[in-house]
Design a protein. Structure first.
Length: 258
């Protein structure tokens, strides 16, 4: 069985089939893209994987276990993390505190220990703070640790959101339009960061993105959705030449380098 696999997943909202018979398998350490027009069902696929939506039909296997009916918190605890199209940070908290919140989720910490101010809690808090600082340094945000998250530039906020997702200790990381709103230099830096994350943290990366230059230069394999249905899957070179993909999404004027 694959590291991660979706088998014949269907998501219906009333009479609308948002995702229709979707299947994909991801291997450990892969970097895979999911592309398609707006409304194709891409984010619905991510919401289904992460427990925000329960599929109408089909199975989702994660490390040998069917997680199709898992709620979101249980999916995260099992080793799957994600970012969102719209950045979701605690704006009034510091950069460091944003990452510490995620580390608290993944480590042994509870309300009673915090209330009693026990030495065990103080030691755990110090450990989380140190891990968070090291984490920020690795992702190039260490110098901003004391800044409010809301004061960061857009690209830095995107990077912080990824840092928070990684702090939960995932083996599968889902990135929903990570390059959205970024300028060309930030996009190049983001691609390098994602490769670093895959290599250094040993995670599988599955991402949604509309920036075709970014996707084609970064992903090893790409899946294409249109109106909830998979219309193609292959390497970037294969996808760029696929007639169905060109008609549905890329357009006849698409050039791989542009």
């Amino acid at each position: 069985m694959s590291f991660f696999e979706m088998r014949h997943v269907i998501v219906q909202f009333g009479g609308l089939c948002a995702v229709c018979d979707f299947s994909i398998a991801l291997g450990a350490g892969e970097l895979v893209g999911l592309i398609g027009p707006n409304g194709a069902g891409k984010t619905t696929v991510f919401n289904t994987i992460t427990g925000f939506i329960t599929p109408t039909e089909g199975d989702i296997f994660w490390q040998g276990q069917n997680i199709a009916a898992f709620p979101a918190h249980r999916v995260t605890a099992s080793g799957i993390a994600r970012t969102f199209q719209n950045i979701r940070l605690f704006g009034d908290m510091s950069v460091l505190e944003n990452v510490m919140v995620s580390f608290h989720f993944s480590m042994e910490s509870n309300f009673l220990l915090a209330m009693t101010g026990s030495s065990k809690h103080r030691g755990l808090e110090a450990e989380i703070r140190e891990k968070s600082r090291r984490h920020l340094d690795e992702l190039g945000l260490g110098h901003l640790a004391s800044e409010k998250a809301s004061t960061l530039a857009y690209g830095q906020q995107r990077r912080l959101e990824i840092a928070r997702a990684l702090a939960t200790g995932p083996k599968l990381l889902l990135l929903d339009e990570p390059a959205a709103g970024m300028n060309p230099i930030e996009t190049i830096e983001l691609a390098a960061l994602i490769r670093l994350i895959r290599d250094q943290y040993g995670v599988t990366v599955f991402l949604i993105e509309h920036d075709m230059k970014f996707v084609m230069g970064l992903c090893e394999r790409i899946k294409v959705l249109d109106y909830g249905k998979s219309i193609a899957e292959g390497t970037p070179a294969e996808i760029q030449k696929d007639i169905k993909v060109i008609k549905a999404y890329l357009g006849s004027g698409y050039h791989a380098g542009g």
